[in-house]
Design a protein around this ligand. Structure first.
Ligand code: C2O
Ligand code: CU
Length: 580
């Protein structure tokens, strides 16, 4: 079987599609990555490959393989554009079929056939009694992304991103938030298993912190790892406008000296609209009321940011720790050091594939949670809200350009430089990029291993993510789970102690970085193949991908599960999980 777009073919032509997708997926990527070409071409091929792998993958564990196959085939054919008018009709018919099939196959109540006879122990919160206190003043500030390029940002303590909060696992964290904005705000502790009253979801778990008011958050810092915090009110404007920061929870058991890196950097990405003159190429997408200053930024002239017909504004300026490439101070290292980067995608909408030329990156943690084995790559994709800890050995002296490939920036994607890694003594060197023949391996979830997970789940939900401008239909502001917009999505009613499995399928054209509040989940299947996958709190489901994730309902309350693309979130791609 030949994989048309990527040219990969299996050792046996009759290889089942699922095996191709499962076992050989990585090889397929490897082959593509090994092909010479420019950096954008090579990295854009990831997109291409995922689509092509999906087209081949007909079978599905989700009971609707035929549907998936036909939709994928349609999207493949649409790429040729030759049959577009005919296909619109076909798509319409297929969509009707989709709704019917979804109803028939997926509406079965999935109440447990394996009731939890004994409840697993509730989360053991081991508070050490150590109290760490912080203050966050929430306000507006003119933030200089680069000399001469200032945006009207939202800021914690006057800075973008907000201060890095660093605590030790088990510490009691007490954060006093003072709201100096003209609008309500709240703070969410992303990836931290807080009690629900501290989760900061305006209107669900917390009353708004009104202008002039103060609220003190208090929670025990678990689990250890790279976490972050951000506003959870008027998200596109506030979170997208600068209300983000890193929260690092160090493991309480001191790591052996040998396991500790010599140096580490926390790197928080961001994206900004600085030009209001870009011609609209799609429907206009207005930020929610009250957000004008945040995204519309700078000069206040022109018509404001426009959507490109996809779920993003016209972000044109990309930052690391609040500064553009030209303005970011280089990351200084010494030869021989082991260096850790804590990468946090705090963008408003865009997936980034972080890459470092000249070095091998060892991925050690996903969303702050340690992997069973580090995975060696040159590039790591992160959807909005995701984090990765990567390490490299500084064994290639010079100045190297840390960069991000951004698939959504154009049809082929673009490489955006973020910062330079500079070896001491090489300050004057020119920044180096990947060699033309460099092999760029891109990490994928299927390569990451977590602990073995018990089977089976007590409760299963199947969630189809869709919406947007899907092949010419729909609206860029309409995003759905099982065909419904929040707040009309069906909440997931689970019970304390249950192991809950969510089967996710992305039928739309854009990435959905799905975030579960208050819990860590495990990826247990990727595109139809069962895996003991990584522990995460945010999982990016790309076009036509399927994942199954599981979490234990051990932190009672009303929680959100939503897409972290702030445009999709605002457009309704969100649901609630309830239990007492
Ligand atoms: Cu990081 Cu509901 O968010
Ligand atoms: Cu989304």
């Amino acid at each position: 079987m030949l994989c048309g777009p990527c040219g990969w073919f299996g050792p046996a032509a009759g290889l089942a599609a699922r095996e191709h997708r499962g076992e050989n997926d990585y090889q397929c990527e490897q082959k593509r990555m090994a092909q010479p070409g420019t950096m954008p071409n090579r990295m854009a091929s990831l997109n291409q490959h995922l689509i092509c792998a999906n087209a081949i993958t007909g079978s599905s564990t989700m009971g609707n393989g035929r549907l998936i196959r036909s939709m994928a085939a349609v999207s493949q054919l649409l790429k040729t554009r030759a049959f577009a008018p005919l296909l619109v009709i076909l798509v319409l018919m297929t969509s009707v079929g989709a709704v019917l099939a979804a109803g028939a196959v997926w509406s079965r109540p999935d109440e447990s056939t394996h009731p939890a006879l004994t409840l697993p122990p509730l989360k053991q919160v081991q508070a050490t009694g150590q109290i760490k206190e912080f203050e966050l003043d929430v306000g507006r500030t003119g933030w200089e992304l680069a000399p001469g390029k200032t945006v009207d940002a939202y800021a914690y303590n006057g800075q973008v991103p907000g201060p890095e909060l660093r605590v030790t696992e088990g510490d009691t964290v007490r954060v006093t938030v003072k709201n100096a904005l003209q609008e309500p705000t709240t703070v969410h502790w992303h990836g931290v298993e807080v009690p629900v009253g501290m989760d900061g979801v305006l209107g669900l778990s917390q009353a708004p912190i009104q202008p002039g008011d103060t609220f003190t958050y208090e929670f025990v810092a678990i689990p250890a790892g790279t976490r972050w915090y951000h506003a959870h009110a008027n998200e596109l404007a506030q979170q997208g406008g600068g209300l983000v920061g890193a929260l690092i929870i160090e493991p309480r058991d001191p790591q052996p000296q040998s396991a500790r890196p010599d140096r580490e950097f926390t790197l928080v990405s961001g994206e900004w609209v600085t030009s209001s003159t870009t011609a609209p190429t799609g429907p206009m997408l207005m930020p929610t009321p009250g957000s004008a200053g945040g995204m519309d930024s700078m000069m206040g002239q022109g018509a404001g940011p426009m959507a490109q017909g996809v779920g993003r504004l016209n972000y044109d300026t990309f930052t690391l720790n609040g500064k553009t490439y030209s303005a970011a101070p280089p990351l200084m290292v010494r030869q021989g050091e082991r260096v850790r980067l804590r990468l946090i995608n705090a963008n408003a909408t865009d997936t980034q594939i972080f890459a470092l030329p000249g070095h091998r990156l060892s991925v050690t943690h996903t969303d702050g949670n340690v992997l069973q084995q580090p995975v060696q790559v040159e590039a790591v994709p992160l959807g909005v809200g995701e984090r990765a800890d990567v390490e490299f050995v500084a064994d290639n002296p010079g100045r190297w350009q840390l960069e991000a490939f951004m698939p959504a920036l154009s049809s082929q994607g673009e490489v955006v430089p973020l910062s330079d890694i500079v070896y001491e003594g090489h300050e004057a060197d020119a920044a180096q990029d990947f060699a033309p023949d460099a092999q760029v391996r891109i990490a994928s979830y299927a390569n990451f291993g977590g602990p073995p997970h018990p089977d089976p789940p007590d409760r299963v939900y199947e969630l189809t993510l869709s919406g947007g401008v899907m092949m010419g239909m729909g609206s860029p502001t309409n995003w759905t789970i099982n065909g419904k917009n929040y707040p009309n999505t069906d909440p997931l009613e689970v019970h304390l102690g249950q192991r809950v499995r969510l089967k996710l399928l992305n039928m739309s054209m854009e990435d959905h970085p799905m975030h579960l509040h208050g819990h860590t989940f495990q990826v247990v299947a990727a595109n139809g193949r069962a895996i003991d996958g990584p522990l995460k709190d945010t999982l990016t489901v790309r076009h036509m991908e399927q994942y199954e994730i599981e979490f234990v309902a051990d932190n009672p309350g009303d929680w959100l599960f939503h897409c972290h693309n702030l445009v999709h979130m605002g457009g309704g791609l969100m649901t609630e999980i309830h239990y007492r």
